[in-house]
Design a protein around this ligand. Structure first.
Ligand code: AKB
Length: 318
């Protein structure tokens, strides 16, 4: 059986997707590649790991060819806030990196997963129940790259019959890896601060409503769309997937139910606030539910309880 390659393996999704795939398909079959961050012991010790800059197409192609890769999960990318600080670098990694992967996947006939995001939408998109097909005119570099990436995935599917699949992730929340440079990062940071200091200063306004998802749901969605019957899939750019939608104020209230005396204050970061204001409150994921039986499991209450239980061991007593 052909092997699986995960790029961006040290990032927020990759560091959890690699162990998830290794336990499902066998440790030796899942090759992890990372670049900018030091890999965790878990990542390095549980199976093959290599360091590679995704812009090095020759080296990437060599790995895909010599290791007989059949499926690529291409996660290497910069998140929204970092991308906005370095737009040209973000384009280079997020788009030229993707083009390298698409070209090699075409050449070696691989199946490809590419994550899109709520960042693929903009201020003129309907924000409530954002439809699968709607206006996509983001004005952040992250968003411009996400829309371009969705179009490229469509293009390679139509033109070269490359088996491209993807989802539009909401903000992701996890107790294992910190996100690093996203607009939705507050929803992770707040848990660490709540446990350590019983207070948190949020960089978004209290009423900023965003679509969010707990990592176990995100990992399951990633595998489920890759295992879905291709005949049922109408979209090859990316599917809306949704789980919960909340504001910083609502998340703080939920955390307060478990941590007495927890306090949230606000110091707005104008760059991240502008990005968040342009993103959906929640996406309509009906096509994903109908075409590959997608269904989320965690809501705000369940996610909060699970996050606090898992992080409690790493933090001073509440
Ligand atoms: C970010 O905030 O940049 C990401 C995303 C929603 O794509 N978490």
């Amino acid at each position: 059986m052909k092997r699986i390659l995960v790029t961006g393996a040290t990032g927020q999704i990759g560091s959890e997707l690699v162990p998830f795939l290794r336990s499902r398909y066998g440790a030796d079959r899942v090759i992890a590649i990372g670049h900018s961050k030091k890999p965790s012991h878990e990542l390095q010790d549980s199976g093959p790991y290599m360091s590679l800059d995704i812009r090095n197409h020759a080296a990437l192609d060599d790995i895909i060819s010599h290791l007989e890769i059949g499926t690529v999960y291409h996660l290497a990318a910069l998140l929204s806030a970092v991308a906005e600080n370095q737009p040209l670098f973000a384009w280079d990694i997020n788009i030229n990196g993707l083009l390298n992967v698409l070209e090699s996947a075409k050449k070696h006939k691989c199946k490809l997963f590419h994550p899109s995001s709520i960042g693929a939408f903009g201020a003129t998109t309907p924000h409530v129940d954002t439809p699968q097909e709607t206006i996509q005119r983001p004005n952040s570099m992250y968003g411009v790259a996400k829309v371009s990436a969705e179009l490229l995935c469509d293009y390679y599917f139509t033109r070269y019959h490359l088996d491209t699949r993807g989802v539009r992730f909401p903000g992701l929340i996890s107790h294992k890896t910190m996100p690093g440079g996203g607009t939705t990062d507050y929803a992770v940071d707040i848990f660490y601060a709540a446990l350590r200091k019983k207070k948190y200063t949020c960089f978004l306004r209290p009423d900023t409503r965003l679509d969010m998802m707990y990592m176990p749901d995100a990992l399951r969605a990633t595998v489920e769309i890759m295992e879905a019957d291709p005949a049922r899939l109408c979209y090859r750019n990316a599917y809306n997937i949704s789980a919960m939608s909340f504001t910083p104020q609502e998340l703080a209230a939920e955390i307060s139910k478990h941590i007495t005396g927890f306090q949230i204050t606000y110091e707005i970061d104008p760059v991240r606030q502008a990005i968040a204001d342009s993103w959906p409150d929640n996406m309509d994921d009906t096509p994903a539910r109908e075409q590959w039986d997608w269904k989320s499991e965690y809501n705000l209450e369940q996610m909060t309880m699970d996050m606090l239980n898992n992080l409690a061991n790493q933090a001073p007593k509440r």
